[in-house]
Unconditional design. Structure first.
Length: 495
């Protein structure tokens, strides 16, 4: 099967979140299953042209009465067999030769994002013509590439088209419904399709233009990144105004749990931690805890539980309740409990300031503002618990990393966290983590307190839960097979 991943991010070239990891990991896994998988992303300013190969000849893309010209570069996915996954980069200096993928510190959301990604999505089809390779599956990811299924349905598969894509079907994966690509509909003319498409494809959104909504209407199949999140997004509370659209597409909408790359996130192979370890020999975890305490400036004490966090400091991640002024917040937890808290993260300015203030006043709470791949691995390995008080979580990766490293998640019962964490049962000692329902300081405080109580009073249960978590299989292979089922169903329905 020929599969083209159309994405705005892919590691190691461009990343703002888990989307980039998913695109690359899923592509590699599908290629290892024998499929011809290729990825196309923009060539952002941060991607060095010198490390890419230029394809000969400029490429023209018709856009709203004009023609945009771009270069095309290519590279092979690193750390894989040569040519296993080929990656293409659309190089358009005006649209992508700037700092940032979706925005910059001075402009958090580029005002021309709709035009940038309209162009990119149409250029994808020109790329296929340029390399004379036509996919069976066009797999788009999130709002930036949602116009690709629209172009396929309303421009490339219509009777008057050239016909190269007549057998191609589209899949759209929603990684986070909270981001939809909503812009002024004045930008629609640039797309180069008639205004009948604006309404028939589902772009219209209260006199604005909604890119994700159009992708959901137009794709042959739609999925999101966990079964429980698929259920949640079809109800008003979690649907971000698109729950009705998702119910309308219910027969073609499913949830497939993300996987994790066990070559990267594996305590038996991890080169970022001071000593590797496994379920048979956990001594390396104790060494990681000692190193974590030293690195963050926490008192070195193996008997005190360490709660780790690696997070974006945004409302989605529950930071307003954890670091706000109410009783039960991080201040209360660190004041009332014999526990340590180590945080790595960056995000909203107010939260960064509050965290810095707390770290200065508390000996058992320390933080590093920013992101470090090495430190994120150390936090996962060296912590005893991992806190994720998410307001919503489409899938979540850190709880799966935590389980792989024998670190017990403390999570809200939402999204993919429900699909991956089993709540602790005091009667049986079962479970792999600690869960709460309502997002508020009191719930966070009480659930952290429950985990700390188990640490000091049910240590045998803690050790069994660790081993149970480390035995879970969250690798990409099983998820990739479910994607194959969806691809085949789309092809069957098209034929």
């Amino acid at each position: 099967m020929k599969i083209l991943m159309v994405a705005s991010e892919a590691v190691p070239w461009a990343k703002t979140g888990g989307l980039a990891d998913v695109v690359s990991s899923l592509s590699i896994t599908l290629a290892n299953l024998g499929h011809d998988v290729r990825i196309v992303i923009p060539r952002y300013y941060s991607i060095d042209r010198g490390e890419l190969k230029l394809l000969p000849g400029a490429m023209g893309t018709p856009m709203g009465g004009i023609e945009e010209w771009s270069a095309v570069y290519t590279a092979n996915m690193p750390n894989t067999d040569k040519n296993l996954v080929k990656v293409y980069f659309i190089d358009h200096e005006i649209y992508f030769g700037r700092d940032g993928i979706y925005g910059s510190p001075s402009e958090s959301d580029f005002s021309d994002n709709s035009r940038r990604f309209f162009f990119f999505c149409r250029a994808v089809f020109q790329l296929c013509r340029k390399i004379e390779w036509y996919p069976d599956i066009l797999h788009a990811h999130d709002w930036p590439t949602s116009p690709a299924p629209v172009y396929l349905k309303f421009a490339e598969r219509v009777p008057q088209s050239s016909g190269e894509f007549k057998n191609t079907v589209s899949v759209l994966t929603i990684h986070n419904l909270g981001y939809q690509g909503i812009y002024s509909k004045d930008n629609f003319n640039y797309m180069g399709l008639g205004w009948d498409v604006f309404y028939n494809a589902g772009f219209e959104d209260w006199s604005m233009l909604n890119m994700l909504k159009a992708g959901i209407y137009s794709a042959d199949k739609v999925n999101t990144v966990s079964p429980n999140y698929a259920k949640e997004t079809k109800i008003q509370a979690h649907g971000f105004r698109l729950d009705g659209v998702l119910r309308y597409r219910s027969a073609d909408y499913t949830g497939i749990l993300n996987g994790i790359d066990n070559k990267v996130w594996n305590p038996e192979k991890d080169t970022y931690i001071p000593q590797t370890y496994s379920a048979k020999d956990m001594s390396g975890k104790a060494k990681a805890k000692e190193t974590l305490q030293k690195e963050f400036g926490l008192p070195r004490d193996p008997n005190v539980p360490v709660i780790g966090m690696v997070t974006r400091l945004t409302e989605q991640k529950g930071v307003g309740d954890l670091f706000g002024p109410a009783y039960g917040s991080a201040w209360s937890i660190c004041r009332d409990m014999d526990v340590q808290l180590a945080l790595l993260g960056t995000g909203e300015y107010w939260c960064e300031n509050e965290i810095a203030s707390l770290a200065a006043r508390l000996s058992n709470f320390k933080a590093k503002i920013g992101y470090s791949e090495k430190l994120s691995h150390l936090v996962e390995a060296g912590s005893d618990f991992f806190l994720m008080p998410s307001r919503y979580e489409p899938c979540g990766l850190n709880q799966m990393y935590s389980l792989a490293y024998g670190t017990l998640p403390i999570v809200r019962r939402t999204g993919g966290l429900v699909d991956t964490v089993e709540n602790y049962n005091e009667q049986t000692g079962g479970g792999t983590g600690f869960m709460f329902d309502q997002l508020n300081p009191s719930s966070i405080y009480n659930t952290v307190g429950w985990a700390v109580w188990a640490w000091y009073n049910r240590r045998d249960d803690i050790e069994k839960m660790r081993l149970r978590g480390m035995s879970q299989d969250f690798t990409w292979e099983s998820s990739a097979l479910k994607y194959m089922e969806m691809y085949n169903a789309a092809l069957k329905a098209k034929s």
